[in-house]
Ligand binder design. Structure first.
Ligand SMILES: C[S@@+](CC[C@H](N)C(=O)[O-])C[C@H]1O[C@@H](n2cnc3c(N)ncnc32)[C@H](O)[C@@H]1O
Length: 1006
C-alpha cells in the first residue's frame, strides 16, 4: 500500500493563511502585476498545496524509509524545529519534534520573534511573520537553497520506491541540477549568442536534454483550470514537469508570459559593441543603468535579455505611437500636458423648467489625503453649473445618490429610471471638469476651461463593434445601454488605443520564436495600458491614483472617470505600466524550469495517458462567481488584432469561447439557473473524470465558493468521477494581517480538498455514517474555531469532512430505505457545525441563538436567508420572533445581530424580569452600566438572581467577552461589568440591607 501524502494528513493552515493574506498586498514582481486575471490563487497557497500533494507523510507506516530518513537528515537543523508552544492558541501546546512536524515547519513556520509576540497577543509586521526558512515565504521564491531543498525532497519522495540509498538518490539529484547549471553557464557566456552558431545550437540542445532528464525523475503536476497560472508557476518552481490548461485564450497568453517565457528567455546575454549597436543603438544606451548592464570595454553584459528587450521594444512602441498621435493631448499655454483628465457624465435635470446639465458626482474631492484636501467647489448661476477649486474639508453632499441625481440648481431629484432612460438614448454627455498636472511637486489640479472637447479621428470600420455579454458578479452596464465594448472608451481613448494597438506588429525588426515572444509582451503591455484607459476606471482621491475598470470582477456603470494621458510618466501612464512588467520578468526568470500550457476545454481524456500525471492541483471556477469569458473579451478583442496572427488557433473565434466554459452562469443558459447548474456539474464531472484517469496520485482541488449549491455541485462531481475526499483544509486568504494574533472577525476562505480514486464499500447505514461525520465535524469545528475561522467559512470547511465519510459508500441509506443526497449531507454538516459551536452554551433558545449567531457571523451583515437556516438547528425558535424581538436587525436583504442598544431600544421592561430571556437580562444590565446608573444595575442583578459568579448571567458575559469582535461597542460594557463583578455581586446581595448610593462606575482602562 502507498503512503498517504502529507496533504491528506496535515497542513500548516495558519501559516499558509498568514502568508496567503500577505500575498494580496505584495506588488513588486508579483504575478498579478503582469496582467490581471480574476481570482488568482495566492502563490503561498499554491506552493504549499503542490509541495504537500507530492511528498509522503513521513509518519505513515507505508512511507518509504528513505524519505523519512531524508526528512530527518535534510530538515534536522534548528530552523525546522517545531514550536515549543503553538503561538496562536491560548493554551500551552507543545509540538512533538518528529519528521511530519518538521516537514510542516519547512512549508511554513512563524518566526521566533512572531512566536513570542503572538503569545503576548501583539501584532507584527507582515513581512516578519514567517520564519526566514519557510518554503512559502514570499522572499524565498528565488532563494536557491530553500527551493532546491524543496525540489530535492520532492525528488526523493518520488524516487523512494527504488532500491537506491538516500545518498545515491541525493547524488542523482545534485548531479542532474549541476549539469543544468554548468550548461547554462557555458551557454550564457557565449558572446552574441542571439546570432546562433554551432556552439549555441549544441549547448541549447544539451540544456533541453538536461532539463528533460531532470524532469523525467520528477513528478508531473497538471492544472486543468490554470487561469492566471499561479499553480503551474509554483509547480515549475518546485522543479516538476508542470502542465496547465485553460479554455480561455487570454488566460493562455498570460500563462505563457508568466510561467514559460521568463524562465526560458529571461537569461543573461553578452553582446559585442557592434551587436548592441545593431540591436539597440541610442535607445539601448539609455537603458543600461536601469538594467544594471555592465560594459567591460568590449562587451555589454545584460543580466536579463528578455526584460531588457521587452523594456526596449515597449518604449519603441510608445515613441512611435507618441510621434503619431501625441498631439491628441494638447498642451496648455505653458506647454504642459495634463497627466490625467477628470471627467464626469452629465444628465439633464428632469425638471422641465430647469434642464440644468448636472455632473453626476457622488462626491467632490480630487485629493483627499491627510494634509492635502482639494475639491471641486460648485459655482451655481441659474441653471449653469461651474466649479472652482476648494481647499480643506468639503461638506457638500454629493449630487448622485445611488443613481438618483439631485439638481444643485433647482433641488429636483431626477430618479435613476429617468437617468437610465437618458443614458439609453445617448443623453449622458461627458464633461471635462479638471486637469491633473505632475510638475514634480505631487499632483496639481486645475479647473478645465476653454474648449476641451475632442472629436474622434478613427474611422468607423476600425472601431471594435463587438457586443459585450451581460456581466455576472454585480456588474451591470446593460440597463444603462452600454452593450458594446467600444462604448467603454471615450473618443480620444479609442483613437489612442487604436493607434497604439496597430503599431504592435510593426515594432520588432526580426522574426522567429523570440520575436513572437517579444510581440506577446507588447500585447500584454497594451492590455495593461488599456485596462487603465477606459471611461469605466475610477479616480481615488485618497491616494490621487486611478484604478482600472476591473476594480472588481465585473464591469459596473460609473458616473465620473479619470482619463490618463498614456504618454505621461506619471500615475498609471504607460511607462508606469511597463515598469510592472519588467519587475515581474526580473523576479521570475531565474529558474530553468518552465510550465507547458495548452489552450482548450479541459476534460479531454486523450490529453494525457492513463496515470501519466502524478498529481493534479487545481482551482476550478467558483460556480457563477466570475464570468471569465465574458469579461476577458475586453482584452481578447485587442489581442486578436495585435498578436492574433502569432496564435492563429487561439484567436480563431470572434470572441472568447463561452459554450464549454465550466461556469454556472444563467445568462448563458436561457436565463435558467437550473440549466446553468446542470451545465456546470456536467462539465466538472467530465473534467474530474478525465483527471482521475490521467492521474496516478492525488487530486487537490481548491474551492472558494460558500453556497451549498456550489458545494453540492463540486461534491457531486467529485463523487460522480469516482473519487473521494481524503483530506480537507480551510485556508483563509482574505483576512487582514493585523488580525492574525487576534482572530475574531468574519473571514473569507477557500477550502482545499485532496481526493483519490475511491473504493466504495457498498451500502452505508445513515445512522452510522452520521455518527462518524458528527465526530469528524465536531473535531474540525473545534480546531478551526481556535484558528479564527468563523461564519460560512467554518461551515464550508466541514463539508469536506462530511463528504469524505459519505463517499466511502456507493449509497448511504436512511431507515426508510431512501438514499441520502449530497445537499442533505451538506445540510447535515452545517447543522452539526452549528451544534458543535453551541455545545456548552447554556440558556434559553434566544440566548443560544444570539451566541451561535455571534460565533458564526460576528456583528457584521449577512444575507437574510441565513437566519432561516440557523433556526432550524437544534432550537425551537421562529425567525419571525427573532426579528420581532429585535435580536436580528433587518435592513433590506441584509441583517445583522443587534447590539444591546439595538436589541432593547426604548423598551424599559424587557430584561428586568426573572422570566426574561438571559440575553435580554444581560443586555439590560449592560445598558444600565452604560448609563452609569449603579442603583438600577444593582437592583437588576438582585432581581434576576445574578449574585453567584457561576450563575448563567456571568457565564454568558464571560462568553460574550470572548467572542464579541474587538471593535464592538458592547465589548467595552461587557468588560466593564466583568471587571466590576466582585463588587457588583457583593452589593447586589446586600441590596435589601442597605440602599446603595448613586456612584460613578469604573469603566476601567478600555
Ligand atoms: C478560478 S480560475 C483559476 C485561477 C487560477 N488558479 C489562478 O491562480 O489564476 C478558473 C479558470 O478555469 C477556466 N475554465 C473554465 N472552464 C474551463 C474549461 N472547460 N476548461 C479549461 N478551463 C476552464 C477559466 O477560464 C478560469 O481561468
Amino acid at each position: 500500500m502507498k503512503a498517504k501524502k502529507l496533504i491528506e494528513v496535515a497542513m500548516p493552515i495558519k501559516e499558509i493563511s498568514t502568508e496567503s493574506v500577505r500575498d494580496k498586498y505584495i506588488h513588486e514582481g508579483h504575478i498579478s502585476t503582469l496582467h490581471i486575471w480574476w481570482a488568482r490563487r495566492p502563490l503561498a497557497l499554491s506552493r504549499a498545496v503542490v509541495f504537500a500533494s507530492l511528498v509522503d507523510d513521513p509518519l505513515d507506516p507505508n512511507c518509504p524509509a528513505v524519505f523519512r530518513q531524508a526528512v530527518n537528515t535534510l530538515l534536522s537543523g534548528p530552523s525546522y524545529r517545531p514550536y515549543k508552544d503553538i503561538p496562536y492558541t491560548a493554551a500551552y501546546d507543545p509540538v512533538e519534534d518528529n519528521a511530519r512536524n518538521r516537514l510542516l515547519c519547512f512549508i511554513g513556520q512563524f518566526s521566533n520573534v512572531v512566536q513570542a509576540q503572538m503569545l503576548r497577543g501583539e501584532n507584527v509586521s507582515s513581512k516578519d511573520l514567517l520564519s526566514p526558512s519557510s518554503l512559502i515565504k514570499w522572499e524565498n521564491k528565488n532563494n536557491e537553497s530553500i527551493i532546491r531543498l524543496a525540489q530535492k525532497l520532492i525528488w526523493i519522495s518520488h524516487n523512494s520506491n527504488t532500491s537506491n540509498s538516500l545518498d545515491e538518490i541525493c547524488d542523482n539529484f545534485d548531479r542532474s541540477i549541476r549539469e543544468i547549471q554548468q550548461i547554462e553557464e557555458k551557454l550564457y557566456s557565449i558572446p552574441d549568442r542571439h546570432r546562433g552558431g554551432p556552439d549555441v545550437d549544441s549547448l541549447t540542445k544539451s540544456l533541453n536534454i538536461a532539463i528533460k532528464s531532470f524532469l523525467d525523475s520528477m513528478p508531473s503536476v497538471f492544472d486543468p483550470f490554470a487561469g492566471g497560472g499561479a499553480i503551474p508557476l509554483e509547480a515549475a518552481r518546485l522543479g516538476c514537469r508542470s502542465f496547465g490548461n485553460d479554455i480561455n485564450p487570454v488566460a493562455h497568453i498570460i500563462e505563457k508570459a508568466s510561467a514559460e517565457f521568463p524562465q526560458k528567455f529571461g537569461k543573461p546575454i553578452i553582446l559585442s559593441q557592434d551587436a548592441f549597436d545593431e540591436l539597440y543603438s541610442e535607445g539601448g544606451i539609455q537603458l543600461l543603468e536601469s538594467h544594471n548592464v555592465r560594459f567591460d570595454n568590449t562587451h555589454y553584459h545584460i543580466p536579463n535579455r528578455l526584460a531588457f528587450d521587452v523594456d526596449f521594444y515597449c518604449r519603441q512602441l510608445l515613441k512611435v505611437t507618441e510621434r503619431q498621435i501625441g498631439n491628441y493631448y494638447q498642451p496648455n499655454a505653458k506647454g504642459e500636458k495634463p497627466v490625467v483628465y477628470y471627467w464626469a457624465r452629465t444628465v439633464e435635470c428632469g425638471n422641465p423648467s430647469c434642464r440644468a446639465r448636472i455632473p453626476m458626482l457622488k462626491q467632490f474631492y480630487l485629493s483627499n489625503k491627510k494634509g492635502k484636501q482639494i475639491y471641486l467647489k460648485p459655482v451655481i448661476k441659474g441653471n449653469e453649473i461651474n466649479f472652482s477649486l476648494g481647499y480643506g474639508k468639503c461638506d457638500i453632499n454629493g449630487w448622485n445618490n445611488r443613481g438618483n441625481i439631485t439638481c444643485p440648481c433647482c433641488g429636483n431629484v431626477t430618479d435613476i429610471e429617468e437617468v437610465k432612460r437618458q443614458s439609453n438614448n445617448g443623453g449622458l454627455k461627458d464633461r471635462l471638469l479638471a486637469l491633473v498636472f505632475d510638475r514634480g511637486r505631487g499632483k496639481e489640479y486645475e479647473i478645465a476651461t476653454g474648449n476641451p472637447y475632442y472629436s474622434r479621428k478613427a474611422s468607423e470600420e476600425d472601431i471594435p463593434m463587438d457586443n459585450m455579454q451581460r456581466n455576472s458578479g454585480g456588474g451591470d452596464t446593460f440597463s444603462w445601454g452600454i452593450t458594446k465594448w467600444h462604448q467603454l472608451f471615450s473618443d480620444r481613448q479609442m483613437d489612442v488605443l487604436l493607434a497604439f494597438n496597430a503599431n504592435i506588429n510593426k515594432i520588432i525588426p526580426f522574426q522567429g520564436e523570440y520575436a513572437d515572444v517579444l510581440r506577446t509582451y507588447l500585447g500584454i503591455f497594451f492590455d495593461r495600458v488599456c485596462s487603465y484607459s477606459s471611461s469605466f476606471g475610477r479616480w481615488i482621491p485618497q491616494n490621487e491614483q486611478l484604478t482600472s475598470l476591473f476594480g472588481r470582477q465585473a464591469i459596473a456603470m460609473n458616473s465620473d472617470y479619470p482619463e490618463i494621458n498614456i504618454f505621461s510618466k506619471s500615475t498609471s501612464g504607460a511607462y508606469n505600466q511597463l515598469d510592472w512588467i519588467i519587475r515581474y520578468l526580473y523576479s521570475e526568470s531565474s529558474s530553468p524550469f518552465y510550465a507547458f500550457f495548452n489552450n482548450a476545454s479541459s476534460g479531454e481524456k486523450s490529453q494525457f495517458g492513463e496515470n501519466e500525471i502524478t498529481c493534479v492541483v487545481t482551482d476550478p471556477p467558483y460556480y457563477n462567481a466570475i464570468a471569465y469569458a465574458d469579461i476577458s473579451d475586453y482584452f481578447y478583442l485587442w489581442l486578436k488584432r495585435s498578436i492574433g496572427d502569432i496564435y492563429p488557433l487561439n484567436f480563431s473565434t470572434p470572441q472568447t469561447p463561452k459554450a464549454q466554459e465550466c461556469t454556472a452562469l444563467k445568462h448563458h443558459h436561457n436565463n435558467s439557473e437550473e440549466e446553468a447548474k446542470k451545465h456546470f456539474e456536467k462539465k466538472l464531472t467530465e473534467i474530474f473524470d478525465a483527471i482521475r484517469y490521467q492521474t496516478s496520485d492525488i487530486v487537490s482541488i481548491m474551492f472558494a465558493h460558500q453556497s451549498t449549491e456550489a458545494w453540492t455541485t463540486l461534491c457531486n462531481s467529485i463523487l460522480d468521477a469516482r473519487m473521494n475526499i481524503t483530506g480537507s483544509w480551510a485556508i483563509d486568504s482574505e483576512r487582514d494581517t493585523r488580525m492574525i494574533a487576534n482572530a475574531g472577525a468574519a473571514l473569507e476562505s477557500s477550502v482545499t480538498v485532496a481526493c483519490r480514486p475511491s473504493k466504495r464499500q457498498g451500502y452505508g447505514d445513515f445512522k452510522e455514517v452520521k455518527k462518524a461525520i458528527s465526530e469528524k465535524v465536531e473535531h474540525e469545528v473545534e480546531s478551526l474555531y481556535s484558528l479564527g475561522f468563523r461564519g460560512a467559512d467554518l461551515m464550508t470547511a466541514c463539508f469536506g469532512q462530511a463528504v469524505s465519510e459519505f463517499g466511502k459508500y456507493k449509497v448511504v441509506e436512511k431507515a426508510d430505505g431512501s438514499e441520502v443526497t449530497v445537499p442533505e449531507l451538506l445540510d447535515l454538516a452545517r447543522n452539526l457545525a452549528f451544534n458543535s459551536l453551541l455545545k456548552g452554551v447554556q440558556g434559553d433558545d434566544f440566548t443560544r441563538f444570539y451566541i451561535g449567531w455571534l460565533q458564526m457571523n460576528g456583528m457584521g451583515e449577512t444575507d437574510f436567508d441565513d437566519a432561516t437556516k440557523f433556526t432550524r438547528v437544534g432550537m425551537q425558535v421562529d425567525v419571525s420572533e427573532i426579528f420581532a424581538k429585535n435580536i436580528l436587525i433587518r435592513e433590506g436583504k441584509k441583517q445583522h445581530l443587534a447590539t444591546a442598544k439595538e436589541h432593547l431600544g426604548d423598551n424599559r421592561v424587557i430584561g428586568t424580569r426573572p422570566e426574561d430571556s438571559l440575553i435580554d437580562q444581560v443586555h439590560r444590565c449592560m445598558l444600565a452600566y452604560d448609563k452609569g446608573d449603579r442603583t438600577e444595575l444593582l437592583q437588576l442583578l438582585h432581581r434576576i438572581g445574578a449574585e453567584d459568579i457561576a450563575s448563567p448571567f456571568w457565564r454568558l458575559l464571560a462568553t460574550l467577552q470572548e467572542i464579541l469582535p474587538d471593535d464592538s461597542s458592547d465589548l467595552k460594557l461587557v468588560r466593564g461589568l466583568l471587571g466590576n463583578s466582585d463588587n457588583l455581586r457583593q452589593e447586589s446581595r446586600d441590596i435589601e440591607q442597605h440602599k446603595p448610593e448613586q456612584m460613578t462606575l469604573d469603566f476601567g482602562a478600555e
